[in-house]
Write a protein that binds this ligand. Structure first.
Ligand code: EPZ
Length: 417
């Protein structure tokens, strides 16, 4: 079991480059199987979720070459095999092969998706969407078998603007006859990134980034090219680290509009930063004010930054609160934060109270999910002494070259297999 060891309280300065977005890239790779022959995806982050997706695609007969800063994907010999459980269970995004293979072949067989255990995470909205397009969904043991003689474009209302369901139905609808309209769609930047890829491969998609998305089915998508957007959650994580330990720390590659809710909250806390183009410069701030945070779908405060910002709140004088509206089990990191000296109280399944300021002390902690891991890593960076983070595979699932990036700006951090 690999671990990360951090000697805390090092001032950080220099520049950190933001990588491509995990939550875009893990949708773009499955989307590439819509292409009859070729596609290229640039700026793919080096994270373990991508390695698992490549394993699935090679299992299905794709040829993938990593060169010139991009993944060159050849889907000419794509086969529609049932996707093995040991691969699909590695991450949530394996479910994007449902929409993509259904569009291309009219059939897909895959096990229940994996992913961080931060709540029940059902996929009922995806399933209802596939059925509305005319597919039949069978569940045998823990496998989905989804078939459609013919997918037919139609109007679909989502009960909730789910990111995953919006993307999966966009993929399936690209293989349907006629036009599909998704109402109450998710508006996250990842949706826009995927839509730009589909449009580039010849599929007509309108309204991505709004609550209403229209997709015209198209039988010959091919030769798609796309750049993965910068990772807004990675950006937010390093900005939070900069507010705690930075000395003119430069975060390069941000898109301001993608992190608006975070910047608003930092302003409320009293954190100062400068933005110049795609570079945000930040230094350690004093006299911070407590705040109340409520996670919401985009453009609201992202749930994926809830745990990283919790560590910042432990350093602020007064009582802050967090209301987590998307997941019912996303406070597990607080147990270890409290063991390091923080004072956080889970008031209800989705309400957390954080009292500060508290000096944190390094100790052994265990990661239970990706963003919880980031929260503990930040705690290790500000803690007195040495912190040992076990099960850090979770962190490497979503943060590209994090050890290197932090070491380069002065952190004392090491990774051990
Ligand atoms: C995506 O997950 C991200 N994952 C998550 O990031 C992120 O937290 C989430 O969007 C919200 O922004 C990827 O993109 C791979 P949802 P997804 O469908 O698609 C409920 C990270 O740390 N729901 O928008 O699974 C669901 O249970 C990860 O990078 C249903 O009830 O999110 C959840 O409570 C964690 N039925 C809420 O909606 C459904 O069919 C949001 O889910 C679908 C979702």
């Amino acid at each position: 079991m690999s671990k990360i060891i951090i000697e805390g309280q090092k001032e950080l300065s220099g520049e950190i480059n933001i990588s491509g977005a995990k939550n875009s890239a893990v949708a773009l790779l499955p989307a590439s199987v819509l292409c009859k022959s070729k596609s290229v995806i640039y700026n793919v982050p080096e994270i373990s979720d991508i390695s698992y997706l490549i394993e699935i695609m090679e299992f299905l007969g794709c040829k993938i070459e990593n060169k010139n800063g991009g993944l060159f994907i050849d889907t000419t010999e794509l086969r529609n095999e049932p996707i093995p459980e040991n691969l699909s269970v590695q991450m949530r995004a394996s479910y994007y092969f449902m929409g993509a293979l259904l569009a291309r072949f009219g059939k897909v067989e895959i096990s229940f998706p994996g992913g961080c255990n931060i709540g029940a995470r059902p996929i009922d909205i995806h399933i209802k969407g596939f059925e509305k397009l005319g597919a039949t969904v069978e569940i045998i043991k823990n496998r989905y078998i989804i078939t459609a003689k013919k997918l037919k474009g139609t109007k679909i209302y989502f009960d909730f603007p789910s990111v995953g369901a919006t993307i999966n139905i966009m993929l399936a609808a690209s293989g349907a006859e006629g036009t599909t309209i998704i109402e109450n769609a998710a508006m996250e930047p990842e949706i826009v990134n995927v839509a730009s890829f589909l449009i580039n491969m010849g599929i007509n998609v309108r309204g991505a980034g709004t609550k209403t998305i229209e997709i015209d089915g198209y039988k010959e998508p091919d030769n798609g090219v796309v750049d993965v957007f910068p990772d807004r959650i990675e950006s937010g994580t390093y900005i939070i680290i900069g507010a705690l330990l930075g000395k003119d720390l430069r975060i390069k590659g941000i898109i301001k509009e993608h992190i608006g809710a975070l910047l608003m909250k930092l302003d409320e806390i009293g954190i100062k930063y400068q933005i110049d183009g795609d570079v945000l410069t930040i230094s350690k701030c004093e006299d911070l004010k407590p705040v109340n945070i409520k996670t919401q779908v985009f453009p609201g405060f992202p749930t994926d930054l809830q745990q990283p910002i919790t560590t910042l709140l432990t350093q602020i004088k007064g009582v802050s609160t967090i209301e987590e509206t998307l997941y019912e089990n996303r406070f597990k990191n607080t147990y270890d934060l409290n063991r390091m000296g923080a004072i956080t109280n889970i008031l209800t399944l989705n309400k957390l109270e954080v009292k500060g300021p508290r000096k944190l002390k390094g100790t052994k902690v265990i990661t239970t999910d990706l963003r919880g891991g980031a929260s503990l890593l930040i705690a290790g960076l500000i803690a007195e002494g040495v912190t040992e983070i076990e099960q850090c595979e979770y962190i490497l699932r979503g943060y590209s070259n994090i050890i290197e990036k932090l070491s380069n700006v002065g952190a004392k951090i090491d990774f051990f297999e």
